[in-house]
Design a protein around this ligand. Structure first.
Ligand SMILES: [Zn+2]
Length: 371
């Protein structure tokens, strides 16, 4: 996959991802409309795009050769898996976070899929090929999660469905999908260290540095054990995640972003309900979490679907708990314990997990399946 995946033109009206909230670094909201581009700007952008293509060639080489001591040649499989599902991989010159995975576009334009499914890189990711490798592995894991996890399609941003996770589950989901992406990203980058030794230094400020993952793996019985420990480790990292904020665990920052997205989206969904239309809120169970951890390689959350800690947020701050309660009240969402599970909602709707994922990826506003 030497050429960047680029199967569809850019979208421009996303509410959640990349440009605003869902990148993997703090970002400022966009201000106003973009200014006219000067010839110098255009020349610089062309140069940056050429640089990205060149760096992706280097990264492709590293990825293709990734070899795990226990699992063998995982790199090519990873590259093929992500390459076969992503619609687009490109640079976004205005994006503040180093990279972002774009899941759903809301509202889609007539005839357009709600499921946008692409990765964008900001200029920061292009500082060097090691940095791009770090960003790319992380975002590719997100893309693969959306192929395996039905709960990620029960999303207020997914215009193709009225089934959506509760606000609590939206935060839980964000935490688990970030844990999985950081763990798998650090694992794959650690495997690249033989080819690209600088990746260890470059990834030192990540929530899960390559060196930390290497140490955890060295002390673990096997890779599955290492994944489980690394997932806990990255969630509890202390730091300052947004400008001028207080020091907190990074999970707290994931929760803050999730609340912001959920609130923004609920308002849109609520305002746009047709007469007689309702939203169905669900909670996730252990099986839903395990689907997220099944993105690629061994499951990050191990295999006991009945383990209660899978579906509980360990570090939910009182302020965020309060915010969740306010959203539930505002939109008359029943307490989480009394909500149906996603599986129960599928049973009631006469659909399956696989059909639900396929439906979300296929559906387009204004086009029926029969057309
Ligand atoms: Zn992420």
């Amino acid at each position: 996959m030497v050429e960047p995946v680029k199967k569809e033109p850019a979208e421009d009206t996303e509410l959640r991802d990349g440009k605003n909230a869902a990148g993997d670094a703090a970002s400022a909201p966009e201000t106003g409309t973009p200014a006219e581009k000067s010839p110098e700007d255009i020349a610089r952008e062309e140069e940056q795009r050429a640089q990205m293509v060149q760096q992706l060639t280097t990264v492709d080489g590293w990825m293709e050769r990734l070899h795990d001591p226990a699992l063998g040649g995982v790199g090519l499989a990873f590259l093929k898996a992500a390459g076969s599902v992503l619609k687009r991989e490109d640079i976004d010159f205005d994006m503040k976070p180093s990279a972002g995975y774009h899941s759903f576009i809301y509202p889609p334009k007539p005839g357009q899929d709600s499921f946008s499914n692409y990765v964008l890189y900001g200029a920061e990711a292009l500082e060097n090929a090691e940095r791009l490798m770090g960003a790319r592995t992380h975002e590719f894991v997100h893309a693969l999660q959306y192929q395996t996890a039905a709960a990620l399609h029960a999303d207020p941003f997914n215009a193709a469905t009225n089934i959506m996770v509760s606000p609590y589950d939206y935060l839980l989901r964000k935490e688990r999908l970030e844990q999985d992406a950081y763990v798998k990203g650090a694992w794959l980058c650690a495997l690249a260290a033989a080819d690209a030794p600088d990746i260890v230094k470059v990834m030192e400020s990540s929530p899960l540095p390559v060196s930390t993952f290497q140490n955890i793996r060295a002390q673990s019985a096997d890779l599955t054990d290492a994944f489980e420990k690394a997932a806990r480790d990255c969630r509890n990292l202390l730091g300052v995640w947004t400008k001028d904020a207080e020091k907190t665990v990074i999970a707290d920052d994931w929760h803050a972003r999730a609340i912001d997205e959920y609130e923004r989206m609920m308002k849109y969904r609520h305002d746009n309900l047709q007469a007689g239309e309702t939203l169905t809120f669900v909670r996730m169970d252990g099986a839903d979490i395990l689907e997220i951890g099944a993105s690629f390689g061994p499951n990050t959350f191990v295999a006991d679907a009945h383990n209660k800690s899978l579906t509980e947020i360990e570090n939910l701050s009182p302020a965020h708990a309060q915010k969740i309660a306010e959203i539930e009240k505002k939109y008359s969402i029943a307490p989480r314990a009394s909500l149906p599970t996603l599986s129960e909602a599928f049973a009631a709707a006469g659909t399956t997990r696989a059909d639900f994922i396929a439906m979300a990826a296929r559906a387009a506003i204004g086009i029926s399946d029969a057309a």
